[in-house]
Design a protein around this ligand. Sequence first.
Ligand code: NI
Length: 136
Amino acid sequence: MKVTVSRKAHFNAAHRLYRKDWSHEKNEEIFGLCNNPNFHGHNYELIVSVTGEIDQETGYVIDMKILKDIIKFEVEDTFDHKNLNIEVPEFKELNPTAENIVVVIYNKLKPKLSSHLDLEVVLYETPRNFVKYSGE
Ligand code: NI
């Protein structure tokens, strides 16, 4: 019997979508307002879901306190109030789209969880736009 437990989190961050190897015109065409050289911010919302068997001793899939601390350390402390392009090493050469951010977050969280637990991360860039990654 597998159960999924989820925790919400959030962070505010700035980014700019562009490719150094593209002309200004091409960046404007593909990324539009997101290519603003002065950056722009989002209130990112995150839903981290962990699926696994209920531990017979504790009754937990994962201790929520532990999950909370992992998210805080790996995501909130490293992304909140940061400029993703400049201050987060993963995005030095990687465009910080919602798609790439959700994969980076997944890859930071997954090694911190027991290997028998499945992970899914949903990232909202706006209340209406969100992406999902579960490692496939
Ligand atoms: Ni944006």
